[in-house]
Every structure is written in structure tokens, then in C-alpha cells.
Design a protein around this ligand. Structure first.
Ligand code: ADP
Ligand code: MG
Length: 247
């Protein structure tokens, strides 16, 4: 507890909510505290991720305990891995289930591509039940078309990264079924919950109708209107602010 307090002070972490778990101090802590996949730890280290950043120290255990997370940390502070690592682990934990379990929503294609590239690196050599490799996809126009005409099974992918409109299109033409999604991540949530996107975001949330759905939001800024929406759609969330709250 004392260690956690010192660690939090060192990175000016402001964490609020009920029953806040302790942060991790190293990625190896994940092995001792959770039944964490060793191959995932290896992939982190092989890609040069040896020490977690503050938002990763706080965010990863929260998501692994199944909490809804509202996270605010500066640009360049490692938010992508803060949500990818637990999302990959949770996918491994539900390996018996076929089909789409994790969704990452990004306001732009460029950002979606970056998230996808990181997810691919971290999911190397990870297999689920029956030696099926963990499959991550970006919902491109062509993948959307293949899913629609059933050239690709909509159960093939475990995790999908998408922009809002492309995802809504896929849901509308029954190319994708979001009813088994267990965890949805909104990256750059300030944009996704702003006027331009909020209706689309709402449509996506309505299509994710598993009652066990967990929600995470990551952003460099959390304007108060976004925070209000966030608090209203989340269940017993933990709010993590690293550095100073902007917006
Ligand atoms: P943010 O989304 O907060 O702006 P990113 O997730 O894009 O930040 O990460 C910024 C950079 O830091 C990327 O190049 C990423 O690979 C790198 N990075 C993330 N986590 C770590 C880590 N634990 N150790 C080393 N580099 C990291
Ligand atoms: Mg980012």
C-alpha cells in the first residue's frame, strides 16, 4: 500500500473510484498477480516494452479485474498498450468462446491502423482453444465486404479495431454481430463522445448487448461533458488521471 502511494505520487497519479486495485510496478507483476499469459509477456519484452508507463501501471490491473475505466493521460504516454494488454489477456481467458470478444473504436483510420499494428505485434504466437491463433483485424472496407458476403466468417476474429462508421455499416448489413463483445475500448474518447460522433458511438453501444460488457475510455483530455456521458454509461468506473486533467 505504501509502495503504491509512493509510486502514484511519483507520476502525479490521481485515481478515484471504489475498491481501487494496486498498480503494477513491472510487467512481471502481471505473472504473480494474475494468471497472465507468458507469451504475452514475452511479446512485450521482445518488442522493447520492458517497463510499464504510469498509465499502464494503473490501467492494466483495473481492466484485468474487470473494471470500467476512464483514463486520461498525456499524448505519448503509452495509452495504446494500457488497453491492449488487458484486452489481449481477457481474450485469452475466454478462449473457449468463438467470435468477436473485443472491440477498439478509434475516431480515425490512421489511429486505427496504429492500434492494429501494435495489437499484431503483441498477439504473435498466442493460440486459443484448438490451436486457433488469436486473431486481430482492422475493419477495412475490403474486410467489411468479405464479411458481408460471407467470404470470411464473422466468427473468425477475436478482436476488431474500427472507426465508428465502418463498424456501424458492418452491423447494419449483418456482416458483424456484436452480441458477444465483452470489452469495448474507446480511444481518443474525447472525440468519440463529442457531437460529431456521439450518435454513432451510441449505436455501437446499443449493438453490444452482452450484459457483461465492460467499457474503457482513453483520452489525453476529458472535457466535462464527456466525463458526464462516461459516468452515465459506465458501471462503478475507476477514473485514472496521470499528470494534470486537461480539457
Ligand atoms: P498515447 O496513445 O498515450 O499517445 P502511444 O500508446 O501511442 O501513446 O505510445 C507512445 C509511444 O510509446 C509508442 O511509440 C509506444 O510504442 C511507446 N511505448 C508505449 N508503452 C511503452 C513502454 N512500456 N515502454 C516503452 N515504450 C512504450
Ligand atoms: Mg493514443
Amino acid at each position: 500500500e505504501e509502495d503504491a502511494r509512493i509510486l502514484r505520487k511519483s507520476y502525479k497519479g490521481n485515481i478515484s473510484g471504489n475498491d481501487i486495485p494496486l498498480p503494477i510496478k513491472s510487467f512481471e507483476d502481471l505473472i504473480t498477480r494474475f494468471s497472465f499469459e507468458k507469451k504475452l509477456l514475452n511479446n512485450l519484452i521482445e518488442n522493447g516494452f520492458t517497463e510499464p508507463t504510469p498509465i499502464q501501471c494503473e490501467g492494466i490491473p483495473l481492466a484485468l479485474y474487470g473494471r470500467d475505466v476512464l483514463a486520461c493521460a498525456p499524448t505519448g504516454s503509452g495509452k495504446t498498450l494500457a488497453f491492449l494488454i488487458p484486452l489481449l489477456q481477457q481474450t485469452i481467458d475466454t478462449k473457449e468462446t468463438q467470435g468477436l470478444k473485443g472491440l477498439i473504436i478509434s475516431p480515425t483510420k490512421e489511429l486505427a491502423n496504429q492500434i492494429f499494428a501494435e495489437a499484431v505485434k503483441l498477439s504473435q504466437k498466442i493460440f486459443l482453444a484448438k490451436k486457433r491463433p488469436l486473431q486481430v483485424a482492422i475493419l477495412s472496407k475490403s474486410l467489411g465486404a468479405k464479411l458481408k458476403n460471407k467470404a470470411v466468417s464473422n466468427k473468425k476474429y477475436d478482436i476488431i479495431v474500427s472507426t465508428p462508421l465502418r463498424l456501424i455499416d458492418a452491423v447494419r448489413n449483418e456482416a458483424l454481430d456484436l452480441s458477444d463483445v465483452r470489452h469495448i475500448v474507446f480511444d481518443e474518447a474525447d472525440k468519440l463522445f463529442d457531437k460529431t460522433f456521439v450518435e454513432q458511438t451510441d449505436d455501437i453501444l446499443n449493438a453490444c448487448n452482452d450484459p457483461r460488457l465492460r467499457k474503457s475510455m482513453f483520452s489525453a483530455t476529458i472535457p466535462s461533458n464527456v466525463e458526464e456521458i462516461a459516468q452515465s454509461i459506465m458501471t462503478d468506473p475507476v477514473r485514472v488521471i496521470i499528470g494534470h486533467k486537461e480539457g
